[in-house]
Design a protein around this ligand. Structure first.
Ligand code: HAM
Length: 416
């Protein structure tokens, strides 16, 4: 017996129907905000994430699926997609296209984390990136899009947390202050924090070790270190959100687990999800394009929704309907089976879903039609073939109607 790999799972019906509905809803919202789809490969050169996401992050230092290819190059299964989208933006000179590049994506990401409810090693993200402007209006529009998307899938009870981690300049000052304070307290913290205190103090704020949290709460807040432009940028983002009546909480310790963030960062949490309650995260990443080799600056902002978690939230309180089937045809005998296969083909052209039974026992076929919740059933034997008239049964009312072939097709087309 071979099982699926730890932390990787099959998504089966009826849950897969919700996945499809969520994806269709996301595409509708993206279209309204003028985003278009980008598809990037799941494999990239390891250096892209090492440089883009940051060597010191948990993602890069502990969680990536990295392997040596046959030619000796180091490849990694993408742990996230922002770095890949930026790589594509630079590679295809999308900066030369008119206006902002507003790109969305859906697909699997891979992180070797400890699996638990809402946390998988292959998980799915629905995300978007708006590249080419540092205007706070874009930040607010991206957040507005996220909120619209959650509403579109029927989720209203969520919490939006925002922060600004400032530009490089502000962060350098903040890092200095953190480093100074950490000198005293780091020896009482976990091994990772002791190392980060030296190499990348901001990452200390990302520590999940419970014993370290009281120490982290005493550390200075980044908001006190924002320079004038960063502070104004953050204020304008908040103004734009207020104009849109979007409620948020400012959370000064929200630094997020990736190194590329600059200025605005945000997360949305949802109560029903338990410990892994972040349904999505995002932020601005001015400077990332240059870090990845762009000769022209390409400031941008985006977000990624954890689709597994979004679907969990949507499924909460929803009884999953079995797939709906329009028509079940029960053929009696070999000649009827051939006849029904052709008839089913014609009916499917009307966009009506049809299942043709293959059992020899009529009783068993009708039981199955019931289990499949078919709306109509049709029993076809030699008489029906000769007379070309069919008796269509409405399973909800029990009513039967005798129809010739043309009338049958018209009836089914109308009933869709
Ligand atoms: P992230 O916070 O690493 O950000 O991931 C975004 C979301 O993906 C999380 O909030 C969570 O819902 C989901 N997620 C992450 N890891 C897992 C996992 N192991 N299992 C299930 N769901 C998971 C990013 O990935 C950035 N690329 C977001 C972004 C886009 N920033 C700017 N643009």
């Amino acid at each position: 017996m071979i099982y699926s790999v730890k932390g990787m799972r099959d998504i089966l019906p009826p849950s897969s129907t919700i996945w499809n509905e969520v994806e269709a809803a996301a595409r509708r919202v993206f279209a309204r905000f003028n985003y278009r789809e980008i598809r990037t490969p799941v494999l990239e050169e390891t250096a892209l994430f090492a440089r883009g996401v940051g060597e010191e992050t948990d993602i890069v230092s502990k969680e990536m699926y990295t392997f040596e290819d046959r030619d000796g190059s180091s490849l990694t299964l993408r742990p996230e997609n922002t770095a890949s989208v930026l790589r594509a933006y630079i590679e295809h000179r999308l900066d030369q296209q008119p206006g902002l590049q507003k790109l969305y994506y859906l697909g699997p990401m891979f992180r070797r984390e400890r699996p638990q409810k809402g946390r998988y090693r292959q998980f799915y993200q629905i995300g978007a990136e708006a590249i080419g402007s540092d205007s706070p209006a874009v930040d607010a529009e991206v957040i507005e899009l996220v909120v619209a998307l959650l509403h579109e899938v029927g989720i209203h009870d969520f919490q939006l947390l925002i922060n600004s981690v400032g530009s490089k300049e502000s962060r350098a000052k903040y890092n200095e202050a953190l480093r100074a304070q950490l000198k005293d307290v780091a020896p009482r913290m976990c091994v990772d924090c002791r190392r980060r205190a030296e190499t990348n103090p901001l990452r200390v704020l990302d520590c999940k070790v419970p014993e370290d949290q009281p120490i982290i709460e005493q550390l200075p807040s980044i908001l006190e270190f924002l320079n004038d432009e960063d502070r104004e940028h953050f204020e304008r983002v908040r103004e734009f959100l207020d104009d849109r009546d979007i409620a948020y909480t400012v959370k000064p310790r929200l630094v997020r687990g990736l190194d590329y963030y600059a200025r605005t960062t945000f997360e949305i949490t949802h109560g029903a999800l338990g410990a892994q309650n972040a349904i999505l995260g995002g932020g601005r990443y001015d400077g990332l394009a240059e870090l990845l080799g762009s000769r022209v600056p390409a400031p941008g902002i985006g977000f990624s929704i954890g689709e597994d978690r979004l679907v969990m939230a949507v499924e909460e309180g929803k009884t999953l309907a079995a797939a709906s089937l329009d028509l079940y045809i029960a053929p009696m005998g070999d000649a009827a089976l051939r006849h029904c296969a052709v008839l089913a083909g014609d009916i499917r052209k009307l966009d009506v879903s049809v299942e043709v039974g293959t059992d020899r026992k009529l009783k068993r076929m009708l039981e199955l039609a019931n289990k499949l919740a078919a709306r109509y059933t049709l029993i076809v034997g030699d008489n029906e073939i000769v007379s070309q008239s069919y008796s269509l049964k409405d399973m909800a009312t029990g009513e039967q109607e005798t129809l010739n072939r043309q009338a049958l097709l018209e009836h089914l087309a109308k009933s869709r």
